[in-house]
Design a protein around this ligand. Structure first.
Ligand code: KG4
Ligand code: ZN
Length: 337
């Protein structure tokens, strides 16, 4: 019990996540999601998300503490996602965290959502290798990061120039009438399909940058499906899902390994919601094995948004001796790394 207990709050999108960690040990990971309220709109509605966070905040914090067998008095520090994310949604978490920290007289750490997606892996695989390359693929971001030190030195080497990888999954799922969010259902349907059935484009594959582009792929899938429908032919949903998914994970793994090679880094970490994708995990493992690169991917529940990732980074900041945030910490929807 010598290490400090840190409670982390995540509200950047549609999940109200509250995690509790002691050092690198995960004690609780409570989640309330408003995803079903957004499903009928085909995407996250910011106003609906903010209201859901308000309602879920207190019960989710209480549930996390109960799961951890702890009380408010046991908490040594609070951490909260300060950005990037939806402004109103972030504000709910930041306001709650300030109130807890102020009333209990404990330090508060505002953390970056992207860095937290990387830091969470420590709860499963131990301290991060220094340096490592992190590929962050979610509904809002697709970035390649060089990470000499997660508590202060994270460099973005490239990112998507249009849609995020998860956004492409969500949009293609809509074209195929598979509902929202699209990632998990495409992952599932793709298992019955042929990934080589349709040669969808791999944007920016060998363009000499570390950037991605997925909007051309999304459009190509939509055109292909429309052509089938116009011809009155059935749409082979599993084949489209598998071929689309293959195009995404092929580009992602290709570029991630390229970054490792060109920067002489032997450790690759993949995080964010799309890292839950089973084909991405398998292909990344295969290609890393061939390239002599060690791969770390957190278990799927830690890949999608959660409070444990925020607590994990808060814990790291506390351990590194960094000063806590001021109590006028702003919620910053476009917080840079
Ligand atoms: O990290 P996350 O929970 O929230 C953001 O910060 O965006 O990521 C959500 C994204 C969604 O676009 C969702 O469709 C995608 O992650 N996702 C997946 C899978 N599970 C979630 N994409 C592909 N395969 C999956 N199994
Ligand atoms: Zn995220």
């Amino acid at each position: 019990d010598s290490e400090p207990l840190v409670l982390g709050i995540e509200t950047s999108c549609d999940e109200t996540g509250v995690g509790v960690v002691r050092g690198h040990t995960l004690l609780a990971d409570a989640i309330a999601s408003s995803v079903e309220e957004h499903a009928r709109f085909g995407g996250v509605v910011p106003e609906v998300a903010s209201r859901a966070h308000l309602e879920a905040m207190t019960p989710t914090v209480e549930r996390a503490l109960a799961d951890a067998g702890a009380t408010f008095q046991d908490v040594d520090a609070f951490a909260v996602t300060a950005g990037p994310g939806l402004p109103g949604a972030l504000m709910v978490g930041v306001a709650a965290a300030k109130a807890y920290a102020l009333s209990l007289g404990k330090p508060l750490y505002g953390v970056n959502h992207l860095a937290a997606h990387v830091a969470v892996d420590q709860l499963e695989h131990g301290p991060l290798p220094k340096p490592c390359v992190a590929m962050l693929v979610s509904g809002g971001h697709s970035s390649l990061l060089l990470v000499p030190d997660i508590t202060g030195d994270v460099r973005s080497l490239g990112s998507t120039v249009d849609d995020a990888a998860g956004e492409a999954f969500d949009k293609v799922a809509r074209v195929l009438d598979l509902g929202f969010p699209g990632g998990p259902v495409i992952d599932r349907r793709a298992r019955e399909g042929d990934p080589a059935a349709i040669p969808f484009p791999r944007g920016k594959y060998d363009d000499g940058t570390y950037d991605f582009s997925f909007s051309g792929l999304k459009t190509a899938v939509a055109r292909w499906v429309e052509a089938k429908e116009r011809a009155g032919e059935p749409v082979p949903v599993a084949d489209v899902a598998a071929s689309f998914q293959e195009a995404v994970v092929d580009v992602l793994t290709h570029k991630a390994i390229k970054v490792c090679h060109e920067n002489d880094v032997k450790d690759l970490l993949i995080g964010g919601g799309v890292a839950a994708n089973s084909r991405l995990r398998a292909l990344a493992q295969e290609r890393c094995d061939d390239a002599g690169i060690r791969l770390r991917v957190p278990r799927p529940k830690l890949c999608t948004d959660n409070g444990a990732m925020v607590a994990a980074l808060g814990s790291e900041l506390l351990a590194s001796g960094r000063p806590p945030s001021e109590l006028d910490l702003p919620a910053d929807s476009s917080l840079p790394l």
